[in-house]
Design a protein around this ligand. Structure first.
Ligand SMILES: [Ca+2]
Length: 341
């Protein structure tokens, strides 16, 4: 009941702000300040581990789809450990969307699974029709196939992992799906990229430095508005304990992952930091009223470190806190407890 109230509160809040922002310049909308009433077409791109905030993120994604705010076009892996496609399929199946297309990188990519053994636990316990990565297409090919069928400037891509697939997409040539280059296809079909990436104003962040070649390429060449949720945003938002303690939630792979993983790190005694969940939250719900944005550009050095450069007319922006962390934490915890319809 409390979760339902929280979800309703969040939806009403975003509706009010969406209405308010309609009267403002379209610029706020381009950066993800406000979202309309129609379900947003979303491609979700995740490393699905080694950390488990990806699990919270995919729970939020499906919660938004169930409330009519998002339409999930595809779920991509940016990590190629054997079984990643199956793990993603477990969550899509749990939320009654077993047929959502899944892509994995077939070329050079990070190959790193979790250390807490949540991936093998849920693969043993929960149904999934996809078993091996070889059963699903290459992510870049799938991106091209999905994008070409969407209305122009409509798709929001939310990445909570490495930028491997997006670098490959930008550099992809024309193929049987589209005569456009990857860059032209993105320019035509994508509305916005929302990405958990970077540590600001400067530092090292896992998603950026693990495949720094891809990160450097994407931040320099991505042709649409980009919104980053930096490391400093999610680190303070601690989630998962209400889910683990909710005895009404049974047979949930989302709950199992947090139940298995939270006790394994002393740092997580108050909950797991919610980096990836923030990208889904603002990518679909809009960033207002919880955040404002700072415009500019992320720069990634050859060694994988990143820094922010302000620029008033930058196409990129990063989140800046505008409300107490506890408010966002309550919303994310509520959405993470969402159960399949
Ligand atoms: Ca991730």
């Amino acid at each position: 009941m409390i979760k339902r109230l929280l979800l309703m509160g969040w939806m009403m809040m975003t509706f009010v702000y969406a209405q308010r922002a309609t009267g403002e310049a379209g610029e706020s909308d381009a950066l993800g300040g406000a979202r309309g009433a129609d379900p947003l077409p979303v491609i979700f791109d995740t490393d699905m581990g080694p950390d488990y905030d990806d699990v919270g993120a995919i729970a939020l994604l499906h919660a938004f789809a169930d409330s009519g705010k998002a339409r999930i076009l595809a779920t991509m892996a940016s990590n190629k450990y054997e079984g990643v496609a199956a793990v993603i399929n477990v969550f899509n199946t749990y939320f009654h969307r077993a047929d959502i297309p899944i892509g994995v990188p077939k070329g050079a990519a990070v190959d790193q699974r979790d250390t807490q053994h949540w991936t093998d636990s849920i693969l043993t316990r929960y149904p999934h029709a996809i078993r091996k990565n070889s059963e699903v297409p290459d992510a870049v090919v799938l991106y091209r196939r999905i994008l070409v069928g969407q209305p122009d400037h409509s798709v929001v891509i939310i990445t909570v992992g490495f930028l491997t697939n997006l670098a490959g997409l930008l550099q992809s040539p024309a193929d049987g799906y589209s005569s456009l280059s990857g860059l032209e296809l993105v320019k035509r079909k994508v509305r916005q990229l929302v990405s958990m990436a970077g540590k600001f104003p400067e530092g090292w962040e896992f998603n950026v430095f693990k495949d720094s070649t891809a990160s450097r390429y994407v931040v320099a060449h991505w042709p649409t508005p980009v919104l980053y949720s930096g490391f400093e945003i999610g680190v303070k938002i601690k989630c998962g304990l209400p889910l683990v303690r909710d005895v009404s939630i049974q047979n949930s792979p989302v709950k199992d992952v947090f139940r298995i993983s939270l006790p394994q790190a002393a740092d997580d005694s108050a909950g797991r930091s919610s980096w990836d969940e923030t990208a889904v939250l603002v990518g679909i719900g809009g960033y207002q009223p919880y955040y404002t944005v700072r415009r500019g550009q992320m720069l990634v050095a050859v060694n994988g470190s990143d820094r922010w450069e302000d620029s008033a007319d930058g196409r990129q922006a990063r989140l800046v806190e505008a409300r107490p962390v506890a408010e966002v934490q309550a919303i994310i915890n509520g959405l993470m407890g969402h159960q399949p319809r």
